[in-house]
Every structure is written in C-alpha cells, then in structure tokens.
Design a binder for this molecule. Structure first.
Ligand code: HEM
Length: 343
C-alpha cells in the first residue's frame, strides 16, 4: 500500500500534524532520562518495517507538503541552495543515490530506468516524468543537486574531503534549526561547529571528524540530534528569524500541547562514489507535545530530560524562554515510575 500524503502547511495557519501511525514511527532520541552530547554515531543499516530506518532514505506522509514548503523558501531566497563549482560531480553522485534509494524503497511512487547514460525518472507524488543524460547538466532544469533535493525530504549538506578535514562546499538547506548555509559555505568541520557549547572541550568533534573521514562507500552511518520548535515550522533559519523568533514568547500552559514541538533530526552520512565527497542528509521530524505524551514512556522521559538539561545546552538550543512552562506541563505526565534504558 502506498503512502497517504497529507495536505498541510508549515507556516501561516500551521495545519501540520502526524497521523497515529506516524507518531508510532517517530524517532524518539533519548536512551536514558538525561541528555548530554556524545559521539552517538552508529551504522546506518536498514531497520524494522514501519520505522524511519526501514529504508536508507525515508519518505513519509509529509513528503509532498514539505516539498511545497521548500519551493516557497527557494522562491524567496535562492541562496538556500548553493554549490561551489568543484561540487557538480558530487551533485550527480547524490542524484544517483537518492533516485536509486527512493525507487528501491517506494516503487509505487518512484521509478528509475537507465539505458546507459540516458535515465528516466518518474516521481508520481510530484507529477514529474523526466528523461535526461546522466552527467550532462544541460538536460536537467536545475543543477543535479538542486534538481533531486527539490524532490527529497530533509536538508542536504555535501562536504568535500581534503587536508584531513570536511568542507561545506554545497548544500540545500531550507529546514534548518537556526543555522545558515550562506554563512557556513566554504567552512570546515571545526569552523561551522564553533558555536556549539561544551562539545569541543569534550573532544566530541575531533573524534567525530576522524570517524567521518574514514566512512567508506556502501557503509553509511547515522546519528540523531534534537531541539525544539514553536509551531510546526520547518524553516527556522537565521535569515527568517524576524518571522519566528518571537514565537518563543507565545507559549502558555494552555497552548503547550499544540504549539510546542520536539524536533528530531535523523542525520546520515554517505560516502559518494565518483567525487569521494560525503553527503550529510538531515531529516527533520516534528512531534507536538500532545502527540508525544500519547506514548506514556515518552512523556515521562522527556519531562526528565528537559527538566535536567544543562543550561548551556538549553541556551544554545534556544529553549530558555519557554522551558519552565513546558517542564511544568510535562510533569503531569511523569508519575515518577522508573524507566528502562533504551527504547
Ligand atoms: C550542530 C553541521 C556532523 C555534533 C551543528 C550545526 C551545523 C552542523 C551546521 C549548527 C551549528 C551552529 O550553531 O551554527 C554538521 C555537518 C556534519 C555534522 C554538516 C557532517 C559532516 C556532526 C557529528 C556530530 C555533530 C558527526 C557528533 C557526533 C553536533 C552537535 C551540534 C551540532 C552536538 C549541536 C546541536 C544541538 O545542540 O542542537 N552541526 N554536523 N555534528 N553538531 Fe554537527
């Protein structure tokens, strides 16, 4: 059975919500009742059916609406998509990866046929049927990275690897948690991570970079990261801070359940075959507090994580203004029972 794509918005009237099936597959990111940064990287292998790990590239009920939101962001601000001249080959690599994985994982929605360099791509949910020559930019309406990431959920950073470091030399970034591609383009791993508190001193980034530069083709890796967002807004960029920054002041005990969202990023890392670049897809999942507490063990655990989160992390993630209101609201769902590790 195919996916039932929802018609919804991530701005203005914010009609986004999750179906009960989508709530069940939400990648709840905490393994214990407390959270601190760590090098939480594991192999990205296919996981259980109906989980976000079932396929290496996850497509879900929000796909069509997310692609419409991306198109709106790009129409207002084309600099959310940038590729330095030496990254075109990596763009083709990415196009191949995404088309192959989407067609394999969701054959009822996507189809790829190859006849040598002549490729035909059918994307039924978006009504696209294009034939093009792989490697020939003039046969696509956009560059290869832009073409395929306008049709793929999540943000994408493509990192060039040289001098033992990773360089953010291309990306499609429209659903980010308050960072800017236009600001970070051309930076290396330590430079773009400079604003993150505590993790540098803990050695997290030195170890993570060592791991990432050794990733081999066919052996992708993944990690989860999280923050919170007021209203189900995908585009919480610095460029548009004037549109969403003040939302943080609007949280009251009455509206927490609908307005406050846990925002989880499934971050994956794939080595690309021709360019040797690394691609970093960042898939964003939103969950309303009302949806979160519908799973009792999540409500209990998230209450404890948020209550005890180190202040530096809360400040960096931008939670300070509404954290206490949310902790008090969540406390109703924490009966003090012990939780088991994992889940
Ligand atoms: C935050 C990019 C891999 C740990 C960030 C930020 C960016 C970023 C742009 C926001 C920085 C800001 O405030 O401006 C990337 C890219 C990666 C990558 C492109 C892939 C090459 C990793 C890895 C780890 C990591 C492997 C750790 C194992 C973190 C942490 C934060 C962060 C802890 C702070 C997040 C938060 O508290 O919400 N990353 N990152 N990153 N990154 Fe990465």
């Amino acid at each position: 059975m195919g996916i039932n794509f929802r018609k919804e918005t991530f701005r203005d009237d914010f009609t986004f919500r999750n179906s009960p099936e989508q709530v069940k597959r939400f990648p709840f990111p905490y393994h214990e009742d407390a959270y601190m940064y760590s090098v939480n990287i594991e192999p990205h292998v296919a996981g259980p059916k109906n989980s976000v790990f079932e396929h290496l590239i996850d497509v879900d009920e929000h796909y069509v609406s997310e692609m419409q939101d991306r198109a709106m962001v790009l129409a207002e601000d084309p600099l959310r998509c940038q590729s330095l001249p030496h990254m075109t080959l990596a763009g083709w690599d990415l196009l191949e990866l995404l088309m192959t994985e989407m067609a394999n994982g969701y054959p009822e929605h996507f189809e790829l046929t190859r006849d040598g360099d002549r490729w035909r791509w059918i994307n039924r949910p978006l009504g696209i049927d294009d034939t093009f020559t792989f490697g020939d930019v003039s046969t696509l309406p956009y560059g290869p990275m832009e073409y395929i990431t306008r049709q793929s959920q999540g943000d994408f950073a493509i990192l060039d690897q040289r001098d033992g470091n990773l360089w953010m030399d291309a990306g499609m970034i429209t659903t980010q948690a308050d960072w800017s591609l236009d600001f970070d383009i051309g930076m290396n791993f330590f430079e773009w991570h400079a604003p993150v508190p505590l993790a540098h001193e803990m050695g997290v980034f030195t170890r993570a970079l060592k791991f990432l530069t050794n990733i081999q083709q066919g052996q992708p890796a993944r990690r989860l990261n999280w923050t919170m967002t007021i209203n189900p807004r995908l585009d919480t960029s610095p460029e548009n801070f004037h549109k969403w920054g003040s939302d943080r002041l609007s949280v009251t005990p009455e509206n927490v359940g609908q307005k406050v969202h846990l925002r989880v990023e499934l971050q994956t890392f794939f080595r690309l075959p021709r360019s040797n670049a690394l691609v970093f897809p960042i898939r964003c999942y939103l969950l309303k507090m009302d949806e979160l507490v519908s799973v009792a063990k999540w409500g209990r655990r998230f209450h404890r994580v948020l209550r005890d989160l180190p202040d530096e992390l809360a400040e960096y993630k931008g939670l300070t203004r509404y954290r206490q209101t949310v902790v008090e609201w969540l406390s109703k769902y924490d009966d003090g029972a012990p939780t088991s590790p994992g889940f």
